[in-house]
Structure formats: C-alpha cells, structure tokens
Unconditional design. Structure first.
Length: 320
C-alpha cells in the first residue's frame, strides 16, 4: 500500500473500517449488558427468597420518613472475577439536600445510583435510604415500548405503590408537565428520546418521593424542558426532599447543588461544597489537594438570571 491516498479513498477506507469494527463494538456492548442482566437476576432471586413481611397486626407505629441517605463502605462488582465498579464508598446525605455526583465517564456514577435505588446489591457495605424513592436512571427505563404513554404512566405508578385512583388524581399534572397531551395515547416506541425523558421525569416527580435520583438523561431534553426541571428541583428542595443528580454539566451542578461528590475510577475522591469539589475535579487533584490558588478563577456556576455577554479565548499566559 502506498503512502498516498486520495480524499475519496480515505473516505472509503474510513467507512469500511467502521463497518469492520461495528460487530466488535456490538460484542463489547452485549458483554456489558450480559453482566448487568446476570446481576439483575441474582437480585431478583434474593428478593424472592427474602422472608415474608410481618402481618398487619404485628406492625408498630411507622416513624415519619425523612429522606436521609447513608452509604457505608459500599463496594460492588458485576462478577467476582471482575474489578469493582465502585469501591469502599462512604457518604451521608441529609434530607432536603441537592447533591451532585461528577466524574469522568465509566467512573461508577450510574452504578452508584443503581445501588442506591436497590437495583444492584452491594458486595460489601450497606446503602440505606429513609423514604419513598423515585428514580430516572436510563432513557426509557420502566417503560414498555408496546404500551401507550397513558398505560405506562399507570404501570409506573403501580410499581411505585400507587393505586389507580392516586394516578388518576395526578394524571393531568403528569401529562401537562411532560407536554404530551397529543401523544399520550400513542405507543411509546414511537416517542423520541426527548419525549421519553419528559414523561419519565414527570412521573418521577409527581409521585411525591422523599428521595429523587436523576442520571444524565436530562441532557436529552430541550432548553425549555431543562429550565422547567431546574425550577421543579428548586420546588422539591423547598419541600425538604432529597435529590441526587449525576451530570457532566458542571455549570448546572455548581449552580444547583450545595454539595457535590467526585468519583474517579470507582472511588470517592472528594465530597463537600460544590465550588470546591468542582475546582479540584477540573484541576485533576484529589481529596487531599490544596484549594485552588487565588489567581485561579473559582467555578461557582451561573444563576438563572446571569447573562454571558462575551467570551475571550486566551492561552496559559492570558494572551489572546
């Protein structure tokens, strides 16, 4: 093969190489999904084998739910012969707090939320939640593609312990927030990714959870929907509800979350006030790294009324 290639040959080579690598990517994806399926079936077996709950007459007074979260030395891996996805994580989250979880892709953020939601069971340690929990973890999670949006709303409500009467009372608010009045009786297999997210988020917030878990799926929504989500987050916080938000949008995390946890390669690097943790993450430091210097611009996020009027690109010396 000569070293010279025409533009056409280069494009053709790129297309053919993509086709050749596609089956390999599919095998890798299938293997990852197989590990999650195996963990899910193990969790189902554990739930089915758990003791029957006490009869109604044996239940004492139920204390009010608060929304606290407690992680204590939590470690999880998809198989005994695989390295841990998250390792020895301990963190406490008080009720009424919005906490961000940041870190590079593949660091274990989504797995952490799945352990918290009870979808995955930790190999070591304990994960405790005090309150009704609602989660929006994956695009389309909990939706049956052959059912309509209306039927999926009732299905999700039933899974979360609500009666049909409860869902009917909330139904108009759910559909109105999602802005899916025209499509609510269409099968969700015909929904776009944005429509999936709007309906899933609307269901999650209208079941009145003490704890709400949200993964990166909000990035799929348009600007108008994201603004309404942020407004609703503020309302939930004012009601004393706990929110855990996984996101790569550091600006949103810095503005919305009082506290942030940084996970790197499955371990907790830092947890604390969002500006400080985000600064350390951007600097590539660790939990023991000193705070950013006075000359380093601290990352505090933008408020809803802030406006960026101009942007200048400069080098490390401050020159254009």
């Amino acid at each position: 093969m000569s070293g010279d290639m025409s533009i056409g040959a280069l494009i053709a080579a790129n297309i053919l190489s993509s086709r050749a690598l596609a089956p390999i990517r599919q095998v890798v994806t299938a293997w990852s999904q197989l590990q999650e399926v195996r963990s899910a079936f193990q969790r189902i077996d554990e739930i089915m084998d758990s003791p029957i709950e006490a009869g109604r007459g044996e239940i004492g007074p139920i204390p009010p739910l608060k929304g606290d979260i407690e992680f204590e030395n939590v470690t999880f891996s998809f198989a005994p012969d695989l390295p841990p996805v998250i390792e020895d994580i301990s963190v406490s989250i008080e009720s009424g707090t919005i906490v961000g979880v940041i870190g590079p892709s593949g660091s274990g953020k989504s797995t952490l939320l799945k352990v918290l939601a009870g979808i995955l069971r930790p190999d070591e340690g304990t994960a405790k939640v005090d309150g009704r929990l609602s989660a929006l973890l994956e695009l389309g999670a909990g939706f049956h593609p052959e059912l309509t949006g209306r039927e999926n709303v009732y299905l999700n409500g039933a899974i979360l312990g609500f009666t049909s009467r409860d869902i009917r009372r909330r139904f108009d608010d759910i559909v109105g927030f999602a802005e899916l009045d025209r499509f609510i009786d269409e099968p969700v297999r015909n929904y776009s990714s944005g429509m999936y997210v709007r309906l899933g988020f609307s269901v999650a917030i209208h079941v009145e959870p003490e704890i709400l878990l949200v993964d990166e799926v909000l990035a799929v929504g348009d600007h108008s929907f994201q603004k309404r989500c942020l407004d609703r987050f503020a309302q939930l916080k004012s009601e004393g509800r706990t929110i855990v938000l996984v996101s790569h949008d550091l600006d949103m995390v810095g503005w919305l979350c009082e506290q942030t946890a940084w996970i790197q390669q499955g371990t907790l690097q830092a947890v604390g006030p969002s500006p400080e943790v985000i600064d350390r993450f951007l600097d590539g430091g660790t939990a023991d790294s000193p705070p950013a210097s006075e000359t380093h611009r601290r990352f505090g996020g933008l408020g809803p009324d802030d406006l960026v009027r101009s942007v200048d690109l400069v080098d490390t010396n401050g020159h254009p």
